[in-house]
Design a protein around this ligand. Structure first.
Ligand code: FAD
Ligand code: ZN
Length: 475
């Protein structure tokens, strides 16, 4: 059992001297943005938030913290949804923010890679790639705030996973500061490299528990030139599934997104979010957003989309559909999907699940989950949306109308347990995107085999023997 120490005033002074007084935040007011997470679910304390400006400074910080046995919480853009980036309430851990590690070290569009530092926001990385004439396809609603190091540490997914894979698939190399302060330069840009264990993959998705990622080599792709975006209304989830299979068949790897949402999701997003409106007349039980992208400008993307929708309208799988006629219209359709996390807040308390099941099992899951959640709390309203093509549902459950919010949120663990049990029965995952952090630690132990937890503990002990990195998170 590792015991950690509370940082002494002397240690805090030494750590602050590494980054310089301007970049060591000790005042509560200055610290606030680093201590509260997006959903207001966790609110932590720390004696100091350090904002190092170089890899060497990160290394010096970890060396000292390791010697002193003091806990360190790495933080990127603070958009994580499982509390991983927030220190505990006891105020015994220091926070290390990567936001000043924000240089683009190299872009080689022809070579298909870029080398970036961890603190760039995802939007900055995307923009730099575009400017160089290439595409960095990772894309999610938090992209203006989340930072690429955080994306890698949480193996972010998002809306383009279908075609390009998640953060893990987009990583060629990493630079990481280890718990003891040693710097691992694994910034290799090789597509093929079978020299022993693939160490970079240990750090991707490790949520700050194995090392601090300071830079990465990311894969770049040819820019898409033409995109067809459609929004369609469907009568049931089997139809959604057939449309997905049809889309894959006609579009192949050009199918870059296949997102879905329930009729009620469209209601709440168009009711509460300014600048949104219903794109189709009437109401339907399900809606999907389909995107087909091509590297050529010969109308191929639109032709494929038309072929897909015409067939589906004839068969009755699609009731009605609209294809965006401009980039502006496409952005409006995307906004309906991207505003979903925000829109739910207006309907009261929400108990969230970020789960995946095999794609073919989605209709079954949604059918079977409803009586399960109604048993835990009669009258709850499921907000079902997500990345259909990845089998990933944001199965969020909104409180019954008129119920006290706090009383509802007290059911969080019971509701999670009920939903996760069903997910496990259906061979799914209790965390498809957001990770384990602090929120799902117990669930990880409960829903993963003991031998898997043992292997994770062995890796943790090998790379962080004193347990200073993000203590109390993940395992
Ligand atoms: P943080 O929140 O700062 O940290 C997340 C975790 O990574 C923490 O455990 C932290 O300790 C660790 N960490 C951060 N930086 C480093 C580093 N440099 N080295 C080591 N560890 C580090 N996630 C998805 O996967 N798909 C989505 O579609 C998606 N949509 C979202 C939409 C909204 C509106 C919001 C608020 C969040 C969404 N998320 C999504 C979750 C979140 O944005 C992503 O997980 C994101 O990748 C986190 O990046 P961050 O920089 O904010 O990390
Ligand atoms: Zn998502």
């Amino acid at each position: 059992m590792n015991t950690l120490n509370r940082p002494t005033p002397d240690l805090i002074a030494k750590l602050s001297a590494i980054v310089g007084a301007d970049y060591a935040l000790t005042e509560h007011e200055q610290q606030l943005p680093y201590l509260r997470e997006w959903r207001d679910k966790y609110f932590g304390k720390t004696p100091v938030v350090l904002r190092p400006g170089s890899v060497d400074e990160v290394a010096e910080i970890l060396k000292l913290a390791n010697e002193a046995r003091v806990g360190v919480v790495p933080q990127g853009g603070n958009t994580g949804l499982v509390g991983g980036q927030i220190p505990f309430e006891a105020g015994e851990e220091i926070v290390v923010s990567t936001e000043r590690l924000n240089r683009i070290r190299q872009i080689d569009a022809a070579g298909g890679y870029m080398v970036v530092e961890a603190g760039l926001t995802l939007a900055e990385v995307q923009a730099a790639a575009l400017e160089a004439g290439a595409l960095f396809p990772l894309s999610l609603a938090a992209e203006g705030s989340c930072r690429i190091g955080g994306n890698l540490a949480s193996n972010a997914g998002g809306v383009q996973v279908l075609a390009y894979g998640n953060a893990r698939d987009l990583t060629l190399g990493l630079e990481v500061v280890l718990a003891d302060g040693r710097i691992w330069d694994g910034l290799r840009a090789l597509k093929k490299d079978n020299t022993g264990y693939d160490l970079k993959q240990l750090f991707v998705g490790s949520e700050g528990t194995l090392g601090i990622i300071t830079a990465a080599v990311l894969k770049l792709f040819p820019k898409t030139v033409e995109t067809a975006t459609a929004f369609a209304a469907l009568p049931d989830l089997r139809s959604v599934q057939r449309l997905f299979e049809g889309a894959r068949a006609v579009a192949g790897t050009s199918l870059t997104a296949f997102e879905f949402m329930s009729g009620w999701c469209l209601d709440i997003v168009t009711t509460h979010m300014p600048g949104t409106r219903r794109p189709l007349e009437g109401e339907a039980p399900w809606y999907v957003l389909v995107e087909i992208s091509k590297g050529t400008s010969d109308g191929a993307a639109e032709a494929i989309m038309e072929q897909l929708l015409t067939g589906a309208l004839e068969s009755g799988d699609v009731l009605d559909a609209v294809v965006a006629a401009s980039l502006d219209q496409a952005a409006q359709l995307w906004k309906l999907r991207e505003d979903m996390p925000e829109a739910q807040k207006f309907e009261g308390g929400s108990i969230k699940h970020d789960i995946s099941v095999p794609v073919a099992a989605i209709p079954d899951f949604v059918e079977r989950a409803d009586p399960v959640i109604q048993t835990v709390c009669p009258g709850v309203r499921p907000v079902v949306f997500g990345h259909f093509g990845d089998g990933n549902l944001h199965y969020n459950i909104t409180q019954p109308v008129g119920m006290d919010k706090a009383a509802y949120l007290e059911l969080w663990d019971r509701m999670n347990e009920a939903v996760h049990t069903l997910v496990a029965q259906m061979d799914g995952s209790i965390s498809a995107e957001h990770g384990i952090g602090r929120m799902k630690r117990e669930a990880l132990k409960r829903f993963r085999p003991a031998v898997e937890i043992d292997m994770m503990r062995a890796v943790k002990a090998a790379l962080d023997p004193r347990g200073i990195l993000n203590p109390g998170k993940v395992i």
